[in-house]
Design a protein around this ligand. Structure first.
Ligand code: G1P
Ligand code: ZN
Length: 546
């Protein structure tokens, strides 16, 4: 048989393919530039160890560009000697389910097609994420090597062949490569059944306990339907916006109070539901709501940690926990009382990987609606939803009561994140660099009536491999335990996004029932004055407040 491998020459390399916090994320239009996607895939296939003769897992959140990318990757994988490529019906594969498949099948890597919670469609965003053998986001050493490869690329290899059908499970050869199309939901359901007590949760959901889950027309719809309405017996219609759409129905699949406001209104203003939850585009984020109660993600991690032994998978206790630096210290207080280790890592799930692999932590999370455990190497939206349902099924109480009880035991960390999106890049960097320059002069100054104990740019030494990561966010730690952190986002695609994280702690004996924006008002105005946010951005208010 003559080989149909085509060698395509690039006139010049694409020099802008630097992966950010979660892979290469650009506009869909950019990805449609001739050879653009192919160039990045070539860089991946040349860089990841073990590609020739290895197994790859490929799938995505169903957004515009998903199927085309699976076709391109399959044919390029064939040209690079990959033996087995596992993909899914409809190309639908959530990020946590992909992490599970990579681990289960001993794949050399996974390529996940998603721009997470960013809008999709021809005018939206697309993204390519690379996960390593452990199922987690590729470490910086690998993404740096992929970037370096892309910068000097002179061409790529691809097999000329018709696109394989993703309509049904089956096996399709492309030269020596076998493409296996499997159901992307099955294995994930089986994993969840190992972790939680489905009889107990089903008992709750079958007996007049109405809940609402919003899949936001993104990847979790098929998973949530089979889990909640299928295995757990919740009434049909429990899962809203369950059909994945290429443009997410025009929505912004980010589960927070701004973008999941329909669900938020149902729970926070109405009385019809006892519990509500939503996940993001690729299914790794979660938002948890109770009746008239929003659970802030930092608190969610703390509550799951405090109650972990109620879930079968964690009944023997936790090895330790970790949170990203901007996440509130609510979990630290719980870890201290439990006598387990608590690690503070830079933003981005990849930093949990070594701690999970080394068995140092069992649970971890980020303030950005990400929570997960050692069952995979990604954050996992539906896992968090099931974990909360497990607590509710065991405790037979409300979400609001669980929160009140938690704060009365551990104290409360008032917390909020203010995002200023799409700032003109130079302005944002100007603001940030000025603030960074001010840090040395801030030690021993006062801020919002409190003494500044530390003013620094966060850096992290990985306790497992000793690697150092610097420049992770400007922190002002105040003497009463409150803090303000400034960071520039690594995931935006338009201009720059400034994130301001605000936190103050009230011990169990303190006043506990305040609105976070009120409780943090003095920190908010002091942060604006110090960083000159309004003046320098021209924005009167944050774009998103969580
Ligand atoms: C954001 C979140 C971060 C998360 C990442 C990927 O990154 O803040 O916690 O890991 O998305 O989901 P950022 O835009 O802040 O760099
Ligand atoms: Zn996501």
């Amino acid at each position: 048989m003559t080989s149909s491998v085509l060698r395509v020459t690039l006139d010049q390399p694409f020099t802008d393919q630097k992966p950010g916090t979660s892979g290469l994320r650009k506009s869909s239009r950019q990805f449609e530039t001739p050879h653009y996607l192919e160039s990045f895939i070539e860089a991946i296939l040349r860089t990841v160890p073990g590609v020739a003769g290895g197994t790859l897992v490929v799938g995505g959140d169903g957004r515009y560009g998903n199927r085309r990318a699976i076709d391109v990757i399959s044919r390029m994988a064939a040209a690079h000697g990959v033996t087995r490529l596992i993909t899914t019906t409809g190309g639908i594969l959530s990020t946590p389910a992909a992490s599970n498949l990579i681990r289960k099948h001993g794949a050399v890597a996974g390529i996940i097609l998603s721009a997470s919670h960013n809008p999709g469609g021809p005018e939206g965003d697309f993204g390519v994420k690379v996960n390593g053998v452990n199922g987690g986001p590729a470490p910086e050493s690998l993404t740096d090597a992929i970037y370096a490869c892309s910068q000097s690329l002179d061409g790529y290899r691809i097999v000329e062949a018709p696109a394989i059908s993703l309509e049904a499970p089956g096996q399709h050869p492309i030269e020596a490569l076998t493409v296996e199309v499997i159901d992307g939901v099955d294995d994930y359901l089986a994993l969840m059944q190992q972790l939680f007590d489905f009889d107990q949760i089903g008992d709750l959901l079958r007996n007049n306990y109405p809940i609402a889950f919003d899949a936001m027309h993104a990847v979790t719809g098929p998973y949530a339907r089979r889990l909640l309405e299928g295995l757990l017996g919740a009434p049909a219609g429990t899962v809203r916006n369950a059909i994945p759409l290429e443009d997410f129905g025009g929505g912004h699949p980010d589960p927070n109070l701004t973008y999941a406001h329909e669900l938020a209104e149902l729970l926070l203003q109405g009385d019809d539901y006892r519990f509500g939850a939503a996940c993001d585009g690729d299914g790794d984020r979660n938002m948890i709501l109770g009746r008239r109660c929003f659970v802030n993600p930092s608190d969610s991690l703390a509550v799951l940690t405090a109650n972990a032994t109620l879930a079968p998978a964690y009944s023997n206790g936790l090895a330790g926990v970790a949170r990203s630096m901007p996440t509130s210290a609510a979990v630290d207080v719980v870890a201290q009382q439990l006598g387990i280790a608590c690690y503070e890592t830079p933003t981005g799930w990849k930093f949990f990987g070594n701690l999970l692999d080394a068995g140092r932590i069992t649970l971890c999370g980020e303030e950005s609606f990400g929570t997960g455990s050692d069952h995979i190497r990604e954050k996992d939206g539906l896992w968090a939803v099931l974990f909360w349902l497990q607590l509710l099924a065991r405790k037979r109480t409300s979400v609001a009561a669980i929160m009140a009880d938690h704060w009365s035991r551990f104290g409360r960390h008032y917390y909020s994140r203010h995002d200023y999106e799409a700032i003109e890049s130079e302005r944002a960097h100007g603001l940030y660099d000025r603030l960074k320059g001010l840090l040395p002069s801030l030690a021993d100054e006062r801020f919002a009536g409190r003494a500044i104990a530390t003013a620094d740019d966060f850096s992290y030494t990985d306790p497992v491999d000793g690697s150092l990561t610097t420049g992770q966010g400007l922190r002002l730690l105040l003497d009463d335990g409150s803090r303000v952190v400034f960071r520039l986002s690594g995931t935006g695609t338009q201009g720059a996004t400034l994130r301001v994280y605000l936190e103050s702690y009230v011990p169990p004996s303190g006043q506990l029932q305040q609105d976070p924006q009120q409780a943090l008002a003095d920190l908010i105005s002091a942060a604006d004055a110090l960083a000159e946010i309004r003046v320098r951005t021209g924005m009167e208010a944050p774009t998103v407040i969580t």
